[in-house]
Design a protein around this ligand. Structure first.
Ligand code: CTP
Length: 400
């Protein structure tokens, strides 16, 4: 429930604005007060009357409307909310936000706000993939602005691709996470997830069977308890969890760079199945097979150990560092040795032997190793493992 919470919803000019009407209704159903700014473009797609009727409040449209400014200035408008949501957020609005422009009420409120901001981008695929939009998005995300979507599919313009605004239910879930008053509120968390890909040449790579399901579930569970989560994900086929920042990487080296950029954090969970080695003789052109020639030799060189690097980060060391031990034999002995060798605080040990069904599956049997000993959990779904681990983390950080 969102009883007593206040959202300032900015509806900018995209056909997806019709979905924002549904979002207002769902927020209201949960007891959330919704105040809306409708941009000039937005008013081409939905009427002020529909927005006002659903939100049960006046709709704000002009910066210099004398009545609006007398009743509620743009500064107060942006500060009185607990959260500012721009849905749909057009390419133009994102560009204005990134540049700090303030030429209408929506962009002025976004510049003046001191509250968290969530954007739900919606646009044509070419616009979404344009380097200008990518750069604007990177700027906004580096400033801590959260994003939900867009999804891929058939777009209103008839083209198929990424750019479709997230569904109202997904945006609502992200809002609930961001407004959560959970025990980890204000705690910064970093989670690594998925495999890494180590390039052999421009078309081939070495990978592993990690699906990212457990790591993604942990990131979502920490966010559900109110943590500010950065999920650093290797290549996976999973959707981005709602309400957190996702950084996608390919190689172990890129993953380490992304983790470093996300620090400081109070808790880091390394759930990624990072490749231990990368290709030393990576070819810049595709390796060709030549009749009669022997197959090429692939030379490997060690990758940096992200878990160990974070555990030994000196002043930047998080209060709690959690690693995983994926083993196929002598599970607890190997996990204990890993805890000492890597210098982390906890290890989540799991059996990934072929008949365990852990890799790619939805369930997991884990043992949590801490300084206090071993806690063996029964076999359960990965989401449940994640929720339990997030609760233990909240208890450890003294916020549960
Ligand atoms: N890990 C990491 N960076 C690496 C390798 C591993 O951060 N380069 C992390 C994983 O995310 C996991 C933990 O270290 O939390 C254990 O990884 P695992 O591959 O199981 O252990 P290894 O160090 O490879 O040890 P071994 O080869 O003995 O299994």
């Amino acid at each position: 429930m969102l009883d007593g919470r206040r959202v300032l919803l900015i509806i900018s000019g995209g056909i997806a604005a019709y979905k924002s009407l549904e979002l207002i209704r769902r927020l209201k159903d949960r007891g959330c007060a919704v105040r809306c700014i409708l941009t000039k473009g937005g008013a081409n797609f939905v009427t002020p009357l529909a927005v006002a009727a659903l939100s049960g409040d006046k709709v704000y449209q002009e910066t210099f409307s004398l009545t609006d400014e007398a009743e509620m200035g743009h500064i107060r408008l942006s500060r009185e909310a607990d959260l500012v949501v721009a849905a749909p957020a057009t390419a133009h609005l994102l560009a204005k936000m990134a540049a700090g422009l303030a030429d209408d009420l929506a962009s002025t409120a976004l510049l003046a706000t001191d509250k968290p901001v969530l954007i739900a981008p919606a646009m044509n695929t070419m616009m979404w993939e344009h380097p200008a939009t990518r750069a604007n998005l990177a700027t906004l995300e580096a400033r801590g602005i959260r994003r939900i979507g867009p999804g891929a599919g058939e777009l209103a313009c008839g083209e198929v691709g990424a750019g479709r605004m997230a569904e109202p239910a997904e945006i609502l879930a992200a809002i609930e996470v961001m407004l959560s008053d959970g025990p980890l509120k204000g705690v910064r968390a970093v989670v690594t997830s998925g495999p890494t890909h180590e390039a052999i040449d421009p078309v081939r790579y070495i990978a592993n069977r990690s699906s990212g399901k457990q790591g993604h579930a942990i990131a979502a569970a920490l966010a559900a308890l109110g943590a500010e989560v950065t999920l650093i994900s290797g290549p996976v086929a999973l959707p981005d969890p709602a309400g957190l920042r996702v950084v996608r990487v390919e190689s172990a080296v890129a993953m380490l760079d992304a983790v470093r950029a996300a620090l400081p954090a109070e808790v880091v969970v390394c759930a990624a199945a990072v490749a231990d080695w990368t290709v030393a003789n990576r070819a810049t052109e595709k390796r060709k097979k030549t009749a009669g020639a022997p197959p090429p030799a692939i030379e490997l060189t060690p990758n940096p150990d992200i878990l160990m690097t974070v555990s030994q980060a000196g002043e930047q060391r998080p209060r709690l560092v959690v690693g995983f031990a994926a083993e196929t034999e002598a599970l607890l002995d190997n996990a204990r040795a890993k805890l000492t060798r890597k210098g982390c605080d906890w290890i989540v040990a799991n059996d990934v032997s072929e008949d365990s069904g852990t890799f790619g599956g939805d369930a997991n049997t884990v043992h949590l190793l801490t300084a206090d000993g071993v806690d063996s959990w029964p076999r359960m779904g990965k989401a449940e493992v994640a929720a339990r681990l997030a609760e233990r983390i909240a208890a450890k950080l003294g916020k549960a």
